[in-house]
Design a protein around this ligand. Structure first.
Ligand SMILES: Nc1ncnc2c1ncn2[C@@H]1O[C@H](COP(=O)(O)OP(=O)(O)OP(=O)(O)O)[C@@H](O)[C@H]1O
Ligand SMILES: [Mg+2]
Length: 458
């Protein structure tokens, strides 16, 4: 394993003899007496190892080392030190030298160090290559989810990223539509190109048209300058049209044309522009139904609906909640430089049983809140926002309709309610009596007594 070696030493005898011996051993060697020239050589040629003396004219070895690292972070540098200057050797190592060798040394000693450095370099390159490969394949580190539906989505993203087809992403608010759109773009061969986003929701027709396609100077009052639209800006990359259902009917024709012909004109412009853009859309609504209600063009619908990704609401993939809790805790704790707190079982239970109408976004907000209110004990029930802890008021569920009743049997009614509540706890805990007692806030013996009294199996 022979490589390219650069020697920087102002002592001529040392330099020349090292060079000759290393050459004899089959290395490609260059040498110089000045660090300035050394830096120039490094710029011109790809060296595997640089061997530099600690004492050099113009700048000392440490300074030289810093410059080398600035130029090429991964460069392997071995520093030669004079006998008895261990301290500077330590400094050199701290500054990123790979190794040091104390003078006087034999060529064999140096060659062993060079060999080791070369081997290290190869391994480092291999690790880097493998890491890149893994990232390329599964580079979805920030998309959390092990549920079947999420895995399927990631698989779809993987297969379709490199195809230029339009993608329609459907899902409730906060389910990760934008996240997935980004994953598609950054996993595609357009990743070096722009990723341009636009929400079609809040814009009126004129503004939306000008945002999408740009306008010429003087196209309308206020158009004092020519302005490029998002489609132009996205050329060579992808455009993400959020809330695509909100595009007014008259504008839908224009969008259809871009999708089909990849052509459009700026507002007020004559020139037809053509772009190479991949379109990713998102909607929270049921487009099919909008088509039926004639609020969305059918032809556009079919054009957008080539590949559809349906993001599941959080409540249908509760198994992912602990993963997401962990992920957001890490994310926000690290951000604040705080340690990652434990989450009590009770708190986790509440998080799992909540319905999450705001989906992943709501969960993330709750975790941020909980982190702010966590204590020495970590995240407990007390750390959670109030609204989560508000259990169903059972009074509502079990209030009998008494409007037409003239008399009831109190004992029996209470027994009935009690049975229902115990059954609820039984089902939720899979019959685990310790958990049931906790859930019902009664001692376990009381629970057993009640179950016996109500003729429930214990
Ligand atoms: N599977 C996931 N893993 C990790 N973070 C997620 C996941 N899904 C969503 N998020 C995070 O939740 C937040 C909301 O996601 P995003 O903005 O993509 O949702 P959305 O569907 O576009 O919502 P909206 O319809 O309201 O625009 C973001 O911070 C996003 O990073
Ligand atoms: Mg969004």
């Amino acid at each position: 394993m022979n490589g390219n070696v650069l020697i920087v030493d102002d002592e001529r005898l040392m330099r020349v003899s090292l060079e000759n011996q290393l050459k004899k051993d089959g290395y490609n060697v260059k040498s110089t007496k000045t660090p300035i020239e050394g830096l120039k050589l490094i710029e011109e040629e790809d060296f595997d190892v640089v061997i530099a003396d600690l004492k050099l004219p113009e700048m000392d070895g440490i300074q030289f080392l810093k410059e080398v690292k600035k130029q090429s972070q991964g460069m392997v540098v071995i520093i030669m030190t004079a006998y008895g200057t261990l301290e500077s050797a330590v400094t050199a190592m701290k500054e990123g030298a790979y190794d040091f060798i104390a003078k006087p040394f034999s060529t064999e000693e140096l060659i062993i160090k060079i060999q080791r450095a070369l081997k290290y370099k190869d391994t480092a390159a291999e690790v880097l290559r493998l890491r890149k490969e893994v990232q390329g394949q599964y580079g979805y580190d920030n998309i959390i989810g092990k549920s079947g539906s999420m895995l399927k989505i990631l698989e779809t993203v993987d297969t379709i990223s490199d195809r230029d087809t339009t993608v329609l992403i459907r899902g409730e608010s906060g389910t990760g539509k934008e996240l997935i759109a980004g994953a598609i773009h950054y996993n595609s061969n357009r990743r070096e190109g722009p990723f341009i986003k636009l929400s079609c929701a809040t814009l009126n027709r004129e503004m939306l048209e000008s945002e999408l396609f740009g306008h010429e100077k003087g196209a309308f009052t206020g158009a004092v300058k020519m302005r490029r639209g998002r489609f132009e800006l996205a050329d060579g990359g992808s455009i993400f049209l959020d809330d695509v259902d909100d595009i007014p009917l008259e504008m839908q024709v224009k969008l259809l044309r871009v999708l089909q012909e990849k052509e459009f004109e700026r507002v007020g412009g004559e020139e037809t522009l053509s772009v190479n853009v991949r379109v990713i859309c998102a909607t929270k609504k049921n487009l099919k139904q909008l088509v039926e209600e004639r609020r969305f063009r059918e032809d556009l619908y079919y054009r957008l609906n080539v590949i559809t990704i349906d993001l599941p609401p959080m409540r249908t993939r509760k198994g992912d909640i602990p993963l997401l809790v962990n992920y957001f805790l890490k994310k926000h704790a690290l951000h604040q430089g705080a340690p990652i707190p434990d989450v009590s079982q009770e708190a986790l239970d509440v998080l799992i049983s909540h319905d999450w109408p705001g989906n992943v976004r709501e969960l993330e907000n709750v975790i941020e809140h909980a982190l702010a209110f966590s204590t020495q004990a970590g995240i407990t029930l007390e750390s959670l926002p109030r609204y989560l802890k508000k259990h169903e008021t059972f009074a509502n569920v079990f209030t009998p309709d008494l409007s037409n009743a003239t008399r009831i049997n109190l004992e029996e009614t209470i027994d009935e309610v009690e049975t229902k509540l115990i059954q609820w706890a039984y089902e939720k805990s899979n019959g685990n009596q310790v958990r049931m007692a906790e859930m019902l806030s009664i001692p376990r013996t009381t629970l057993r007594n009640k179950m016996t009294k109500l003729h429930m199996p214990t």
